[in-house]
Design a protein around this ligand. Structure first.
Ligand SMILES: Cc1cc2nc3c(=O)[nH]c(=O)nc-3n(C[C@H](O)[C@H](O)[C@H](O)COP(=O)(O)OP(=O)(O)OC[C@H]3O[C@@H](n4cnc5c(N)ncnc54)[C@H](O)[C@@H]3O)c2cc1C
Length: 435
Protein backbone atom coordinates (compact mmCIF):
# COMPACT_ATOMS: atom_id res chain seq x y z
CA UNK A 1 0.00 0.00 0.00
CA UNK A 2 1.37 3.43 -0.94
CA UNK A 3 1.40 6.09 1.79
CA UNK A 4 -0.04 9.37 0.53
CA UNK A 5 0.97 12.59 2.33
CA UNK A 6 -1.17 13.32 5.38
CA UNK A 7 -3.51 16.11 4.52
CA UNK A 8 -7.21 16.68 4.39
CA UNK A 9 -8.59 15.09 1.27
CA UNK A 10 -11.81 14.43 -0.55
CA UNK A 11 -12.93 12.59 -3.67
CA UNK A 12 -11.98 9.06 -4.30
CA UNK A 13 -9.55 7.69 -6.82
CA UNK A 14 -10.10 4.04 -7.39
CA UNK A 15 -7.51 1.63 -8.65
CA UNK A 16 -9.91 -1.24 -9.42
CA UNK A 17 -10.49 -3.45 -6.43
CA UNK A 18 -7.25 -2.97 -4.67
CA UNK A 19 -7.07 0.36 -2.87
CA UNK A 20 -9.25 3.41 -2.58
CA UNK A 21 -7.29 6.57 -1.84
CA UNK A 22 -8.96 9.95 -1.42
CA UNK A 23 -7.54 12.79 -3.51
CA UNK A 24 -6.22 15.94 -1.85
CA UNK A 25 -8.10 19.12 -1.20
CA UNK A 26 -7.09 22.38 0.43
CA UNK A 27 -6.65 21.90 4.17
CA UNK A 28 -9.12 23.67 6.41
CA UNK A 29 -7.46 26.25 8.75
CA UNK A 30 -6.08 24.62 11.88
CA UNK A 31 -8.26 26.93 14.00
CA UNK A 32 -11.38 25.12 12.76
CA UNK A 33 -13.41 23.32 15.41
CA UNK A 34 -15.33 20.54 13.74
CA UNK A 35 -18.84 19.64 14.82
CA UNK A 36 -17.85 15.99 14.61
CA UNK A 37 -14.44 14.40 14.83
CA UNK A 38 -14.63 10.74 13.88
CA UNK A 39 -11.62 8.83 15.20
CA UNK A 40 -11.14 5.66 13.20
CA UNK A 41 -12.76 5.68 9.76
CA UNK A 42 -13.36 1.94 9.45
CA UNK A 43 -16.73 0.25 9.57
CA UNK A 44 -18.21 2.25 12.45
CA UNK A 45 -16.58 5.61 11.67
CA UNK A 46 -17.62 5.59 8.03
CA UNK A 47 -21.06 4.21 8.90
CA UNK A 48 -21.61 7.01 11.41
CA UNK A 49 -20.68 9.59 8.76
CA UNK A 50 -23.12 7.87 6.36
CA UNK A 51 -25.99 7.82 8.86
CA UNK A 52 -25.39 11.43 9.93
CA UNK A 53 -25.57 12.64 6.36
CA UNK A 54 -28.54 10.38 5.60
CA UNK A 55 -30.45 12.04 8.43
CA UNK A 56 -29.69 15.51 7.13
CA UNK A 57 -26.81 16.48 9.41
CA UNK A 58 -24.63 19.07 7.66
CA UNK A 59 -22.11 19.67 10.44
CA UNK A 60 -18.42 19.93 9.67
CA UNK A 61 -16.64 16.63 10.11
CA UNK A 62 -13.10 15.31 10.35
CA UNK A 63 -12.60 11.64 9.50
CA UNK A 64 -9.33 10.47 11.00
CA UNK A 65 -7.64 7.15 10.34
CA UNK A 66 -4.09 5.90 10.29
CA UNK A 67 -4.79 3.78 7.23
CA UNK A 68 -3.53 5.42 4.05
CA UNK A 69 -6.33 3.99 1.93
CA UNK A 70 -8.98 1.32 1.74
CA UNK A 71 -8.44 -2.26 0.62
CA UNK A 72 -10.74 -5.27 0.67
CA UNK A 73 -9.55 -6.14 4.16
CA UNK A 74 -12.53 -8.13 5.47
CA UNK A 75 -15.75 -9.92 4.72
CA UNK A 76 -18.93 -8.96 6.53
CA UNK A 77 -21.64 -11.58 6.83
CA UNK A 78 -24.91 -11.15 8.67
CA UNK A 79 -28.52 -12.27 8.68
CA UNK A 80 -30.83 -9.70 7.12
CA UNK A 81 -33.23 -9.38 10.04
CA UNK A 82 -33.41 -5.62 9.46
CA UNK A 83 -32.39 -3.43 6.54
CA UNK A 84 -28.98 -1.81 6.35
CA UNK A 85 -27.95 0.71 3.68
CA UNK A 86 -25.57 -1.88 2.21
CA UNK A 87 -27.76 -4.96 1.73
CA UNK A 88 -27.84 -4.59 -2.04
CA UNK A 89 -24.05 -4.84 -2.16
CA UNK A 90 -24.17 -8.47 -1.05
CA UNK A 91 -22.30 -10.68 -3.48
CA UNK A 92 -23.87 -13.85 -2.06
CA UNK A 93 -26.85 -14.72 0.12
CA UNK A 94 -27.74 -18.11 1.56
CA UNK A 95 -30.87 -19.48 3.19
CA UNK A 96 -29.20 -22.73 4.24
CA UNK A 97 -26.17 -23.27 6.48
CA UNK A 98 -24.59 -26.03 8.55
CA UNK A 99 -22.70 -26.71 11.75
CA UNK A 100 -20.54 -29.85 11.96
CA UNK A 101 -19.81 -31.37 15.35
CA UNK A 102 -16.57 -33.04 16.46
CA UNK A 103 -17.78 -36.46 15.32
CA UNK A 104 -18.61 -35.17 11.85
CA UNK A 105 -22.41 -34.98 12.23
CA UNK A 106 -23.87 -32.32 9.94
CA UNK A 107 -26.58 -30.13 11.41
CA UNK A 108 -28.25 -28.23 8.61
CA UNK A 109 -30.64 -25.31 9.01
CA UNK A 110 -32.92 -23.90 6.34
CA UNK A 111 -34.47 -20.50 6.84
CA UNK A 112 -37.75 -19.52 5.28
CA UNK A 113 -37.37 -15.80 5.99
CA UNK A 114 -33.79 -14.70 6.45
CA UNK A 115 -30.74 -14.71 4.29
CA UNK A 116 -27.16 -14.85 5.39
CA UNK A 117 -25.57 -12.10 3.29
CA UNK A 118 -21.96 -11.60 2.39
CA UNK A 119 -20.47 -8.16 1.79
CA UNK A 120 -16.97 -7.33 0.70
CA UNK A 121 -15.67 -4.49 2.86
CA UNK A 122 -14.24 -2.68 -0.18
CA UNK A 123 -17.75 -2.35 -1.65
CA UNK A 124 -19.04 -0.79 1.55
CA UNK A 125 -16.05 1.55 1.85
CA UNK A 126 -16.48 2.57 -1.79
CA UNK A 127 -20.18 3.32 -1.42
CA UNK A 128 -19.61 5.51 1.65
CA UNK A 129 -16.50 7.26 0.36
CA UNK A 130 -18.17 7.98 -3.00
CA UNK A 131 -21.05 9.62 -1.20
CA UNK A 132 -18.85 11.65 1.12
CA UNK A 133 -16.49 12.72 -1.67
CA UNK A 134 -18.57 15.66 -2.82
CA UNK A 135 -19.21 16.94 0.69
CA UNK A 136 -17.17 20.08 1.34
CA UNK A 137 -17.84 19.97 5.07
CA UNK A 138 -15.91 16.69 5.45
CA UNK A 139 -12.15 16.50 5.78
CA UNK A 140 -10.65 13.01 5.67
CA UNK A 141 -7.34 12.82 7.55
CA UNK A 142 -5.94 9.54 6.28
CA UNK A 143 -2.53 8.18 7.17
CA UNK A 144 -2.97 10.09 10.43
CA UNK A 145 -2.24 8.28 13.68
CA UNK A 146 -4.00 9.57 16.74
CA UNK A 147 -1.39 10.38 19.39
CA UNK A 148 -3.57 11.75 22.18
CA UNK A 149 -7.04 13.01 22.89
CA UNK A 150 -7.62 15.75 25.46
CA UNK A 151 -10.84 17.10 26.89
CA UNK A 152 -10.87 20.89 26.90
CA UNK A 153 -13.52 23.22 28.30
CA UNK A 154 -15.83 23.03 25.29
CA UNK A 155 -13.98 20.85 22.82
CA UNK A 156 -12.04 17.65 22.35
CA UNK A 157 -8.49 18.15 21.08
CA UNK A 158 -6.98 15.37 19.01
CA UNK A 159 -3.21 15.33 18.53
CA UNK A 160 -2.11 13.91 15.22
CA UNK A 161 1.53 13.60 14.21
CA UNK A 162 1.79 17.05 12.63
CA UNK A 163 -1.13 19.03 14.02
CA UNK A 164 -3.94 19.18 16.50
CA UNK A 165 -7.56 19.21 15.42
CA UNK A 166 -10.57 19.99 17.57
CA UNK A 167 -14.17 18.93 17.66
CA UNK A 168 -17.27 19.64 19.69
CA UNK A 169 -17.58 15.88 20.01
CA UNK A 170 -15.44 12.92 19.08
CA UNK A 171 -16.67 9.43 18.21
CA UNK A 172 -14.03 6.78 18.51
CA UNK A 173 -13.59 3.30 17.15
CA UNK A 174 -9.87 3.93 16.88
CA UNK A 175 -8.75 2.19 19.97
CA UNK A 176 -10.55 -0.31 22.03
CA UNK A 177 -10.72 0.60 25.70
CA UNK A 178 -9.29 -2.08 27.94
CA UNK A 179 -12.59 -3.97 27.71
CA UNK A 180 -11.21 -7.37 28.56
CA UNK A 181 -9.17 -6.17 31.53
CA UNK A 182 -12.15 -4.16 32.79
CA UNK A 183 -14.40 -7.17 32.35
CA UNK A 184 -12.00 -9.30 34.36
CA UNK A 185 -11.95 -6.70 37.16
CA UNK A 186 -15.74 -6.52 37.24
CA UNK A 187 -16.08 -10.30 37.21
CA UNK A 188 -17.83 -10.38 33.83
CA UNK A 189 -17.01 -13.18 31.45
CA UNK A 190 -14.69 -12.35 28.57
CA UNK A 191 -13.08 -14.27 25.73
CA UNK A 192 -11.27 -13.32 22.55
CA UNK A 193 -12.19 -14.64 19.14
CA UNK A 194 -9.18 -14.66 16.86
CA UNK A 195 -9.05 -15.94 13.36
CA UNK A 196 -7.33 -15.95 10.02
CA UNK A 197 -9.25 -16.60 6.83
CA UNK A 198 -8.02 -17.42 3.34
CA UNK A 199 -10.10 -17.18 0.20
CA UNK A 200 -8.94 -20.28 -1.63
CA UNK A 201 -9.45 -21.53 -5.17
CA UNK A 202 -9.25 -25.28 -5.71
CA UNK A 203 -8.58 -27.22 -8.90
CA UNK A 204 -11.74 -29.29 -8.66
CA UNK A 205 -15.29 -28.80 -7.48
CA UNK A 206 -15.33 -29.41 -3.71
CA UNK A 207 -17.54 -26.85 -1.98
CA UNK A 208 -21.32 -26.80 -1.85
CA UNK A 209 -22.09 -23.22 -2.99
CA UNK A 210 -25.54 -23.39 -1.43
CA UNK A 211 -24.41 -24.15 2.12
CA UNK A 212 -21.87 -22.25 4.23
CA UNK A 213 -20.44 -24.13 7.20
CA UNK A 214 -20.71 -21.70 10.10
CA UNK A 215 -18.69 -23.89 12.44
CA UNK A 216 -16.85 -27.11 11.72
CA UNK A 217 -15.46 -28.56 14.94
CA UNK A 218 -13.54 -31.40 13.26
CA UNK A 219 -10.28 -29.74 14.37
CA UNK A 220 -8.03 -30.05 17.41
CA UNK A 221 -9.83 -28.82 20.54
CA UNK A 222 -6.96 -29.34 22.99
CA UNK A 223 -6.00 -25.62 23.23
CA UNK A 224 -9.58 -24.38 23.62
CA UNK A 225 -12.69 -23.90 21.48
CA UNK A 226 -11.61 -24.10 17.84
CA UNK A 227 -13.58 -24.31 14.60
CA UNK A 228 -13.32 -23.64 10.90
CA UNK A 229 -15.77 -21.42 9.01
CA UNK A 230 -16.29 -22.17 5.32
CA UNK A 231 -18.04 -19.59 3.19
CA UNK A 232 -18.47 -21.06 -0.30
CA UNK A 233 -18.31 -18.49 -3.10
CA UNK A 234 -18.59 -21.17 -5.78
CA UNK A 235 -17.95 -24.91 -5.99
CA UNK A 236 -14.21 -24.13 -6.29
CA UNK A 237 -13.83 -20.99 -4.19
CA UNK A 238 -14.40 -20.39 -0.49
CA UNK A 239 -13.33 -18.24 2.42
CA UNK A 240 -11.91 -20.74 4.91
CA UNK A 241 -11.40 -19.21 8.34
CA UNK A 242 -9.55 -20.88 11.22
CA UNK A 243 -11.06 -19.56 14.46
CA UNK A 244 -10.13 -19.86 18.13
CA UNK A 245 -11.96 -18.67 21.22
CA UNK A 246 -9.31 -18.08 23.87
CA UNK A 247 -7.07 -15.17 24.85
CA UNK A 248 -3.67 -16.38 23.61
CA UNK A 249 -2.77 -15.25 20.12
CA UNK A 250 -2.13 -17.85 17.42
CA UNK A 251 0.54 -17.14 14.80
CA UNK A 252 -0.48 -16.54 11.20
CA UNK A 253 1.68 -19.48 10.11
CA UNK A 254 -0.13 -21.82 12.49
CA UNK A 255 -3.49 -20.61 11.18
CA UNK A 256 -2.34 -21.24 7.59
CA UNK A 257 -1.04 -24.72 8.40
CA UNK A 258 -4.30 -25.61 10.11
CA UNK A 259 -6.34 -24.41 7.14
CA UNK A 260 -4.19 -26.56 4.85
CA UNK A 261 -4.60 -29.58 7.10
CA UNK A 262 -8.37 -29.01 7.38
CA UNK A 263 -8.82 -28.75 3.61
CA UNK A 264 -6.79 -31.89 3.15
CA UNK A 265 -8.63 -33.93 5.78
CA UNK A 266 -12.19 -32.69 5.30
CA UNK A 267 -12.28 -31.80 1.58
CA UNK A 268 -9.48 -33.95 0.20
CA UNK A 269 -7.84 -30.81 -1.18
CA UNK A 270 -4.05 -30.70 -1.25
CA UNK A 271 -3.46 -28.03 -3.86
CA UNK A 272 -5.14 -24.67 -3.84
CA UNK A 273 -4.47 -21.04 -4.63
CA UNK A 274 -4.86 -18.36 -1.94
CA UNK A 275 -6.59 -15.35 -3.47
CA UNK A 276 -7.06 -13.18 -0.39
CA UNK A 277 -6.36 -13.30 3.32
CA UNK A 278 -7.99 -11.56 6.27
CA UNK A 279 -7.49 -11.79 10.01
CA UNK A 280 -9.11 -10.40 13.11
CA UNK A 281 -9.32 -10.33 16.87
CA UNK A 282 -12.69 -9.59 18.42
CA UNK A 283 -13.25 -9.18 22.17
CA UNK A 284 -16.23 -11.21 23.35
CA UNK A 285 -17.56 -9.72 26.55
CA UNK A 286 -20.72 -8.18 27.91
CA UNK A 287 -18.63 -5.47 29.50
CA UNK A 288 -19.48 -2.12 27.90
CA UNK A 289 -17.76 1.25 28.04
CA UNK A 290 -20.07 3.29 30.21
CA UNK A 291 -20.18 6.87 29.04
CA UNK A 292 -21.49 9.67 31.23
CA UNK A 293 -24.30 11.97 30.13
CA UNK A 294 -22.86 14.59 27.83
CA UNK A 295 -19.66 12.64 27.25
CA UNK A 296 -17.82 14.33 24.43
CA UNK A 297 -15.88 11.21 23.44
CA UNK A 298 -18.38 8.60 22.36
CA UNK A 299 -17.12 5.06 21.76
CA UNK A 300 -18.53 3.33 18.67
CA UNK A 301 -17.99 0.06 16.83
CA UNK A 302 -16.04 -2.65 18.62
CA UNK A 303 -14.67 0.01 20.96
CA UNK A 304 -18.27 0.84 21.80
CA UNK A 305 -19.13 -2.76 22.64
CA UNK A 306 -20.91 -3.42 19.35
CA UNK A 307 -19.80 -7.04 18.90
CA UNK A 308 -22.37 -9.60 20.04
CA UNK A 309 -20.53 -11.11 22.99
CA UNK A 310 -21.41 -14.74 22.29
CA UNK A 311 -20.63 -14.71 18.57
CA UNK A 312 -18.47 -11.71 17.65
CA UNK A 313 -20.95 -10.65 14.94
CA UNK A 314 -20.91 -6.86 14.82
CA UNK A 315 -21.87 -5.51 11.41
CA UNK A 316 -25.62 -5.13 11.93
CA UNK A 317 -25.11 -3.90 15.48
CA UNK A 318 -22.69 -1.24 14.24
CA UNK A 319 -25.24 -0.03 11.69
CA UNK A 320 -27.90 0.08 14.41
CA UNK A 321 -25.62 1.87 16.86
CA UNK A 322 -24.48 4.49 14.33
CA UNK A 323 -28.02 5.07 13.07
CA UNK A 324 -29.24 5.63 16.63
CA UNK A 325 -26.43 8.03 17.48
CA UNK A 326 -27.13 9.92 14.26
CA UNK A 327 -30.84 10.02 15.14
CA UNK A 328 -30.06 11.48 18.54
CA UNK A 329 -27.82 14.13 17.00
CA UNK A 330 -30.32 14.89 14.25
CA UNK A 331 -32.99 15.25 16.94
CA UNK A 332 -31.17 18.45 17.96
CA UNK A 333 -30.30 17.10 21.34
CA UNK A 334 -28.00 19.39 23.28
CA UNK A 335 -24.31 18.57 23.21
CA UNK A 336 -24.64 17.76 26.92
CA UNK A 337 -27.19 15.04 26.23
CA UNK A 338 -26.26 11.41 26.65
CA UNK A 339 -25.58 9.61 23.40
CA UNK A 340 -26.02 6.15 24.76
CA UNK A 341 -27.38 4.41 21.67
CA UNK A 342 -28.40 1.07 23.19
CA UNK A 343 -27.54 -1.57 20.63
CA UNK A 344 -29.82 -4.36 21.78
CA UNK A 345 -32.16 -5.39 24.54
CA UNK A 346 -30.33 -6.09 27.80
CA UNK A 347 -31.67 -9.63 27.88
CA UNK A 348 -29.07 -10.56 25.23
CA UNK A 349 -26.28 -9.39 27.50
CA UNK A 350 -27.61 -11.68 30.19
CA UNK A 351 -27.94 -14.67 27.84
CA UNK A 352 -24.48 -13.99 26.47
CA UNK A 353 -22.94 -13.55 29.91
CA UNK A 354 -24.31 -16.95 30.91
CA UNK A 355 -23.22 -18.56 27.66
CA UNK A 356 -19.69 -17.17 27.92
CA UNK A 357 -19.46 -18.20 31.56
CA UNK A 358 -20.54 -21.76 30.68
CA UNK A 359 -17.87 -21.84 27.95
CA UNK A 360 -15.19 -20.45 30.26
CA UNK A 361 -16.10 -22.94 33.00
CA UNK A 362 -15.57 -25.83 30.59
CA UNK A 363 -14.14 -24.81 27.19
CA UNK A 364 -14.24 -28.40 25.93
CA UNK A 365 -18.01 -28.08 25.98
CA UNK A 366 -18.03 -25.62 23.06
CA UNK A 367 -18.67 -28.06 20.17
CA UNK A 368 -21.56 -29.67 22.05
CA UNK A 369 -23.13 -26.34 23.05
CA UNK A 370 -23.08 -24.91 19.54
CA UNK A 371 -24.29 -28.20 18.03
CA UNK A 372 -27.21 -28.34 20.48
CA UNK A 373 -28.12 -24.77 19.69
CA UNK A 374 -28.25 -25.34 15.93
CA UNK A 375 -29.81 -28.78 16.27
CA UNK A 376 -32.42 -27.88 18.86
CA UNK A 377 -33.72 -24.58 17.50
CA UNK A 378 -35.20 -24.04 14.02
CA UNK A 379 -33.38 -21.71 11.68
CA UNK A 380 -35.70 -18.69 11.90
CA UNK A 381 -35.97 -18.43 15.69
CA UNK A 382 -32.26 -19.13 15.96
CA UNK A 383 -31.44 -16.33 13.52
CA UNK A 384 -33.69 -13.96 15.43
CA UNK A 385 -31.99 -14.93 18.67
CA UNK A 386 -28.50 -14.49 17.22
CA UNK A 387 -29.51 -11.14 15.69
CA UNK A 388 -31.15 -9.56 18.78
CA UNK A 389 -34.65 -9.94 17.37
CA UNK A 390 -36.03 -12.91 19.29
CA UNK A 391 -39.50 -13.22 20.75
CA UNK A 392 -40.11 -14.74 24.17
CA UNK A 393 -41.02 -18.03 22.46
CA UNK A 394 -37.72 -17.95 20.56
CA UNK A 395 -35.85 -17.37 23.83
CA UNK A 396 -37.62 -20.29 25.49
CA UNK A 397 -36.73 -22.55 22.54
CA UNK A 398 -33.10 -21.57 23.00
CA UNK A 399 -33.19 -22.23 26.74
CA UNK A 400 -34.83 -25.61 26.11
CA UNK A 401 -32.09 -26.61 23.66
CA UNK A 402 -29.19 -25.99 26.05
CA UNK A 403 -28.09 -28.18 28.98
CA UNK A 404 -29.75 -27.04 32.19
CA UNK A 405 -27.30 -27.75 35.03
CA UNK A 406 -24.18 -26.04 33.64
CA UNK A 407 -26.29 -23.10 32.52
CA UNK A 408 -27.97 -22.70 35.90
CA UNK A 409 -24.56 -22.66 37.57
CA UNK A 410 -23.26 -20.19 34.98
CA UNK A 411 -26.39 -18.07 35.37
CA UNK A 412 -25.99 -17.74 39.13
CA UNK A 413 -22.32 -16.76 38.72
CA UNK A 414 -23.06 -14.32 35.90
CA UNK A 415 -25.90 -12.63 37.72
CA UNK A 416 -23.56 -11.50 40.48
CA UNK A 417 -21.28 -9.70 38.03
CA UNK A 418 -23.91 -8.58 35.56
CA UNK A 419 -26.76 -7.37 37.74
CA UNK A 420 -25.03 -4.36 39.34
CA UNK A 421 -24.15 -2.98 35.92
CA UNK A 422 -27.61 -3.69 34.59
CA UNK A 423 -29.08 -1.73 37.49
CA UNK A 424 -26.64 1.10 36.86
CA UNK A 425 -24.64 0.43 40.03
CA UNK A 426 -20.86 0.45 39.73
CA UNK A 427 -18.13 2.26 37.96
CA UNK A 428 -18.64 4.79 35.23
CA UNK A 429 -15.97 5.94 32.83
CA UNK A 430 -16.94 9.57 32.68
CA UNK A 431 -15.11 10.11 29.45
CA UNK A 432 -13.33 7.48 27.47
CA UNK A 433 -9.93 8.69 26.42
CA UNK A 434 -8.60 6.72 23.48
CA UNK A 435 -5.10 8.18 23.74
C1 LIG B 1 -11.37 -9.96 9.20
C2 LIG B 1 -12.66 -9.63 9.93
C3 LIG B 1 -13.84 -10.22 9.52
C4 LIG B 1 -15.04 -9.91 10.18
N1 LIG B 1 -16.20 -10.50 9.75
C5 LIG B 1 -17.35 -10.16 10.32
C6 LIG B 1 -18.57 -10.71 9.84
O1 LIG B 1 -18.59 -11.54 8.92
N2 LIG B 1 -19.74 -10.30 10.42
C7 LIG B 1 -19.76 -9.39 11.43
O2 LIG B 1 -20.85 -9.04 11.89
N3 LIG B 1 -18.62 -8.89 11.94
C8 LIG B 1 -17.42 -9.24 11.40
N4 LIG B 1 -16.26 -8.70 11.90
C9 LIG B 1 -16.32 -7.87 13.13
C10 LIG B 1 -16.63 -6.38 12.86
O3 LIG B 1 -17.78 -6.24 12.05
C11 LIG B 1 -15.46 -5.68 12.19
O4 LIG B 1 -14.32 -5.80 12.97
C12 LIG B 1 -15.71 -4.18 11.98
O5 LIG B 1 -14.79 -3.71 11.04
C13 LIG B 1 -15.60 -3.39 13.28
O6 LIG B 1 -15.77 -2.04 12.99
P1 LIG B 1 -15.00 -0.90 13.82
O7 LIG B 1 -15.30 0.37 13.14
O8 LIG B 1 -15.26 -1.06 15.25
O9 LIG B 1 -13.45 -1.26 13.62
P2 LIG B 1 -12.61 -1.07 12.29
O10 LIG B 1 -13.45 -1.32 11.10
O11 LIG B 1 -11.40 -1.93 12.47
O12 LIG B 1 -12.21 0.47 12.30
C14 LIG B 1 -11.35 1.01 13.28
C15 LIG B 1 -10.45 2.00 12.54
O13 LIG B 1 -9.64 2.69 13.51
C16 LIG B 1 -8.37 2.92 12.92
N5 LIG B 1 -7.42 3.15 13.99
C17 LIG B 1 -7.12 2.32 15.02
N6 LIG B 1 -6.21 2.90 15.84
C18 LIG B 1 -5.92 4.12 15.30
C19 LIG B 1 -5.07 5.17 15.68
N7 LIG B 1 -4.30 5.13 16.79
N8 LIG B 1 -5.01 6.28 14.90
C20 LIG B 1 -5.78 6.37 13.79
N9 LIG B 1 -6.62 5.39 13.38
C21 LIG B 1 -6.70 4.29 14.13
C22 LIG B 1 -8.11 1.66 12.12
O14 LIG B 1 -7.16 1.90 11.08
C23 LIG B 1 -9.50 1.31 11.59
O15 LIG B 1 -9.71 1.83 10.28
C24 LIG B 1 -15.04 -9.00 11.28
C25 LIG B 1 -13.83 -8.45 11.69
C26 LIG B 1 -12.66 -8.75 11.02
C27 LIG B 1 -11.37 -8.12 11.51
Amino acid sequence: MISPPRMPQTAISDSRDSILVPRHRTPRPSTTTYDHVILGAGCAGLSLAWHLRSLGDRGSMALVDRRPGYANDRTWCYWDVEPTPFDDLATHAWTRWAVVDERGNWIESQSTRYRYRRLRSIDVYRRILDRLAGDDAIDPYLGASIRATTLEAETVAVDLAQETIRGVRAYTSARRPAALAEAARSGEAAMVQHFLGQTVRTEHSVFDPACPILMDFRVDQSDGPHFVYVLPLSDREALVENTYLFPDPVSASRHREEIASYLDRCFDVERYEVIEEEAGRIPMTTHRPNTAPGARIVPIGLAGGAARPSSGYAFVRIQRQCRRIAEQIAGNRSTRARLDAPIADRKYDFFDAVFLRALLDRPSRAPDLFARMFDGVDADPLVRFLSDRSTLTDDLRMVAALPKVPFLIAASRSTRAWLPRCLGIGSTNDEMDPS
